[in-house]
Design a protein around this ligand. Structure first.
Ligand code: HEC
Length: 150
């Protein structure tokens, strides 16, 4: 129904808008939880919550080393995952006083994370570091870290 100005009555507009509002809400709720489907987003969350305190908010280093050369240290993701899982002390006990492909001396201070993170969280944060700080290809890295394409 049109009012005397020839514009459509609000009530009528409202009824037409209902399906679009429903669609928008469904769409927004799908976007609101990207963590479940995107391992890099999940890894970024873990990094910011736990790792950034020592490795810097941008991976630049601090108490812990910079992560810019993480691919040189760990050419394969599996070894990096083990390192993050067992930490400096666990690595020293399992593999001796050097870590990584570059044979860095274990100086201590990298905590084990097996008791506070799930294996898929450790894989996700490792992938995040390799892609965002190491510059690795994302799809290849997700496969290398055993978390597929999501
Ligand atoms: C309490 C501080 C601290 C926290 C928290 C921490 N790290 Fe570390 N990290 C270190 C230190 C210190 C080293 C070097 C250890 C050594 O020499 O034994 C290190 C080394 C590393 C390395 C090797 C880098 C290289 O190229 O040498 C990686 C990868 C790494 N950490 C990842 C992580 C991830 C992922 C997290 C979060 C889940 C994390 N770290 C949390 C202190 C920390």
């Amino acid at each position: 129904m049109r009012n005397r100005h020839g514009t459509i009555e609000p009530g009528r507009v409202g009824r037409h808008l209902v399906p679009w509002v429903v669609l928008a809400v469904v769409g927004l709720s799908a976007c609101a939880s990207p963590d479940a489907s995107d391992p890099i987003t999940r890894g970024r969350e873990v990094y910011g919550r736990i790792c950034s305190a020592c490795h810097g908010s941008g991976g630049e280093g601090g108490v812990g080393p910079s992560l810019r050369t993480v691919l040189d240290t760990w050419p394969g993701c599996a070894d990096q995952i083990e390192w993050v899982t067992i930490g400096s002390d666990g690595w020293m006990a399992a593999h001796g006083p050097a870590y990584g492909a570059t044979g860095k001396p274990v100086q201590g201070g990298m905590p084990a994370h097996r008791d506070i993170l799930e294996p898929d969280e450790i894989a996700a944060v490792s992938a995040f570091e390799r892609v965002r700080y190491g510059g690795a290809d994302e799809a290849a890295t997700l496969a290398d870290c055993g978390i597929g394409a999501g």
